[in-house]
Design a protein. Structure first.
Length: 320
């Protein structure tokens, strides 16, 4: 870390360095036909050109190797989530210099973008930095927003929780897990509370109903947001959690669980679908609190969906 701060040429940020980060997502529109989908790809390619020119002069002219995936190209793929997986391990990362003159202090930041651009799923863009002043980071963020607006792309700020294994990342203490259990019983209390950034949990203890729920969410304007790993501590918030069958270590601790994540096209709500070996599902609702305080419509959209989910689950259970 000291070498990076002092200006080492080979710069690469690692998770253990606890660097600062802001995260965004490009949410695609619902395409009417192949022509509108191709137009969306063209707009994204213009954004790629802009991001590529931010790099060091030596590499600024080389294209960013982002694969384009369309509905047509994915039509015959067996395991579609291998392509849509957007973990940080397979993201394209590059640094951009922030020093304008020789007398300016040494400053730079890293940009990480998804290696595959899928027109049917969310696309992630991250700004990471150790050596950068807030003013210069804010300038880069504003420029990105302006470019996306100019290109007609829907860019939304995303919270760190949406890629984290730890869904309790922003809670105040372990006591919040007890509060979350109370929130499950008193939903009105949870909806009125804004001081705890805790997720909302729902369970479907039937494989067929879990699949139907996934289809229902997609009909409610949810789209794919990749595969995320989730820590087994989420089971602490689930009643009768021993009924779920997850892979465990020899000491009995639940391993990291690969989970399919969806995001609403508004960007207001994420739902992580955690499946066990029986096909049972734990649905985790994660609000986009970064926008909740700025625009009331985001919170209204998120809470409206969260209120609707228990009704849908009840109807599926009664039908089965």
């Amino acid at each position: 870390m000291d070498n990076l701060i002092c200006g080492e040429e080979d710069r690469q940020l690692e998770v253990g360095m606890r660097f600062r980060r802001v995260m965004f997502g490009l949410i695609p529109e619902a395409f009417k036909d192949g022509e509108s989908e191709q137009e969306y790809i063209t707009r994204f390619q213009r954004l790629l050109e802009y991001l590529g020119k931010l790099r060091e002069k030596e590499v600024a002219d080389t294209p960013l190797d982002v694969k384009i995936a369309t509905k047509e190209s994915l039509a015959f793929v067996d395991d579609i989530f291998k392509i849509r997986r957007t973990t940080e391990d397979n993201m394209i990362k590059f640094t951009i210099p922030l020093r304008k003159g020789k007398r300016d202090p040494f400053e730079w930041m890293e940009i990480a973008i998804g290696s595959t651009f899928d027109t049917a799923s969310c696309y992630r863009i991250m700004f990471n930095w150790l050596v950068a002043s807030p003013a210069k980071v804010e300038t880069q963020v504003q420029l990105l927003h302006r470019r996306c607006t100019t290109f007609g792309l829907h860019l939304i700020s995303f919270p760190q929780t949406t890629i984290s294994r730890d869904l309790f990342l922003h809670t105040v203490s372990n006591v919040d897990r007890i509060i979350q259990r109370l929130c499950m019983l008193m939903l009105t209390f949870h909806f009125a509370s804004v001081q705890f950034a805790v997720p909302t949990f729902f369970t479907l203890r039937n494989k067929e109903n879990a699949e139907k729920m996934n289809e229902k969410l997609r009909s409610m304007d949810f789209i794919d947001d990749g595969i995320r790993f989730t820590n087994g501590q989420v089971l602490d918030c689930i009643e009768n959690n021993h009924e779920f069958d997850f892979p465990r270590y020899r000491n009995g601790k639940v391993r990291g669980i690969p989970s399919r994540q969806l995001v609403h096209r508004s960007g207001a709500l994420f739902i992580r679908d955690i499946r066990d070996r029986q096909g049972w599902s734990i649905l985790v609702g994660i609000e986009n609190y970064l926008h909740a305080s700025k625009e009331n419509r985001f919170r209204e959209t998120a809470l409206g969906i969260l209120r609707e989910v228990p009704t849908i689950i009840s109807s599926l259970s009664s039908a089965s």
